[in-house]
Design a protein around this ligand. Structure first.
Ligand SMILES: [Zn+2]
Ligand SMILES: [Zn+2]
Ligand SMILES: [Zn+2]
Length: 142
């Protein structure tokens, strides 16, 4: 798990303005398990007595994306989700159809072999891939 303190320190020393909302968003993103939506972010911010509108949250998300602190996750829900970007980590998501919970699953170099086959057989250089697991979590199967 990435430490929010580390990220905040990095941003600050790079000369970025550190607002309360910006700090809170980094903390929430670090603490949240799995990717979080803008709406969920707004709810969490409100719980911390921070009043924000959608525009502010999207502006902050844009900032964090630009700084490569978060990445966008599209789980084909018609909206994007966001999670802390860790360059050294490669993972996918397990989405429960019933409770809509989303968990990250570490997958290392999962498709490296297939991607080199694609390059060899189809002369196509894969730069990234999307792969999500949709099903039922343990609690929902009981
Ligand atoms: Zn479930
Ligand atoms: Zn994730
Ligand atoms: Zn993968």
């Amino acid at each position: 798990m990435t430490e929010s303190k580390e990220i905040l320190e990095k941003l600050k020393s790079a000369g970025n303005r550190m607002t309360q909302v910006r700090r809170a968003m980094v903390e929430i993103l670090c603490r949240h398990k799995g990717p979080i939506s803008a709406a969920e972010l707004i709810t969490s911010l409100k719980r911390r007595s921070l009043t924000v509108n959608k525009t502010t949250v999207y502006r902050e998300l844009h900032f964090l994306l630009e700084k490569r602190i978060v990445r966008e996750v599209d789980l084909l829900e018609g909206m994007k989700r966001y999670e802390i970007l860790d360059e050294s980590d490669h993972h996918h998501h397990m989405i429960c159809l019933k409770c809509r919970s989303i968990q990250c699953i570490e997958m290392g170099h999962d498709l490296d072999e297939i991607e080199s086959q694609i390059l060899k057989n189809h002369d196509f250089k894969v730069l990234s891939h999307t792969l999500e697991f949709v099903g039922l979590c343990g609690r929902c199967r009981d």
